[in-house]
Design a protein around this ligand. Sequence first.
Ligand code: WT7
Length: 655
Amino acid sequence: MTAPQKSAGTVASVMTEDRKFPPPAEFSARARIGSLEDYQRLYDAAAADPEGFWGERAAALPWTKPYDRVLDWNPPEVQWFPGGRLNASAACLDRHVAAGRGGKTALVWVGEPTGERREYTYAQLHAEVCRVAAGLKALGIKSGEVVSIYMPMTPELVIAMLACARIGAVHSVIFGGFSSEAIADRNQDAGAVAVITADGGWRRGTQLPLKKNVDVAVARSPSVKHVVVLKRTGQPVEMVAGRDVWWHDLIEGMPSDMPPEPMDSEAPLFILYTSGSTGKPKGIKHTTAGYILWAQTTAEWVFDLRDDDLFWCTADCGWITGHSYITYGPLAAGASLLIYEGAPNAPHEGRFWEIIEEEKPTIFYTAPTAIRSFMKWGMQHIEGRDLSSLRLLGTVGEGINPEAWMWYHEVIGGKRCPIVDTWWQTETGGIMMSPLPGCTPTKPGSCTLPLPGVVPEIVDAAGHPVARGDGGWLVLTKPWPGMLRGIWGDDQRCRETYWSRVPGKYLAGDNARQDSDGYFWIMGRIDDVLNVAGHRLSTIEIESALVSHPSVAEAAAVGRPHDVKGEAVAVFVTLHKSAEASDALKEALRKHVRQQIGALAVPDDIHFAAILPKTRSGKIMRRLLRDVAAGRETVGDTTTLEDYTVLATLRGNDE
Ligand code: WT7
């Protein structure tokens, strides 16, 4: 293979994937956006007159005071709908109840312990949110103050978020798998005045000590005055008098109807902490009107939500996916949601398929890391399960290897369900690029085309657009309603991270390329690029080549220093249960990569590993693997690592 020479900032693409799947005709016939012409018309309308386009869509929001203008844009300062007032919880609940849809199912919840199940209608969810909101207000929590939420994936987590929104408090959800240090750091950074938690939560059959973690954290969080505790598992906890209150006591006697606080369009709705490549987590700030509009509109477009759908997003509300596609987007759209408390392999590796058979969701949205686990766990958990309720599948969080895409399409989707591979970020607030299931032909591994209102560009390090087909930095050139409004307490870091390397444009931090159809292919994080003999290679392409080998379940590719080539390719590979690690398999994998991609990408080092180091949201931490591959100690931040023992094990496995 002769890889073309690239200018600085560009990445060589060596992957060819030319399978293409048109949307099924029956799906298109009933879809909200049923043809590419309709998509193009919307896209052009949003590009030609963004203010008219978004103004029209914002008309349905429950404004209590009309806005003055649609958009003020002075990069990176942005305001959507300045002067307007509304409340996010009213957009998700009150307007549906007022429109006579109070009896519709809002939420179906399945607990991890088998047999636990609850259902809420919109009217019931509204009443619960009002009670908790009134309780929080009675504690003295005020509009604009920050409340941390550290809870298991129960309906009360969604209720707590909406209750904060109702009184204008800014929520900061902290994933229930994080440690007490992580809670303390986030409490301090945000100046949180209260923490809402639970005694414990279920995870793979064990009880997480949530309240205990909060106690340790709050000892180091001087701003926290109140701790609200939901009784979930019943495990013993210590209650601190004057500080701690049980959830059930908080809502005792509280009204089931309580008017929402009218909030400015640009009032902060929530902070969500996300890890930077190094250093302390960043509190990404989202505001009210633009965020709600973006979450709702993208949910309707991408998931083609209909009145009779039951939408299962498997994310936890500790991540942005749970904010935008559990709590805010689908509820603002008036959809019915399914949520599940626990792990996909608890109590057995077929749990998700059992839930689908029983609850009959129509839309299923999950992460590629989960899909690769399902493949690894094997067909015996899926065969015989009735998955016929599904009509649409989605993925989010990282690139999906074409092999995993095909498996998802064939095994879970029964070849009849379109797949929406959705590219977005905590910072973007909602989906930015994705197929629209009724109109966009899909290609395995591509997030296809930008949504209306999204204007991406691929540029080199000087900020110039690269040639079609070349890889480079993905930037967004126009403001969109769901965009971040800053990093909490650190405007300078926000400017430096997102707005200064390519002045005036939003730097997503991902590499991408566009193919001859204009489809986008995300190639991995900018910081993860390999540079072999002067050619920059993308991690996802090498990994996808490996995953397409029948023995490989998961793979991570990184560069390590090499005297001659600059960097050598090192890969970490986990195998399917049936496969066995051997030198012969290493040779076979090298040969396979050579066939799939070419000599340049053939791994110099192959490490077999039982598991790969991942963040708690399932992303492979290639930064740590680079250290292992180079035989270096890890110096950077490892607090987001899911399982600390993985690193030690990997080092032990070194050749
Ligand atoms: C980063 C954002 C988006 C919500 C959950 C993760 C990667 C996300 C895709 C996709 C390829 C993807 C990117 C992005 N990513 N979706 N469909 N294809 N890469 O949010 O933790 O803020 O991570 O996840 O690298 O920048 P996040």
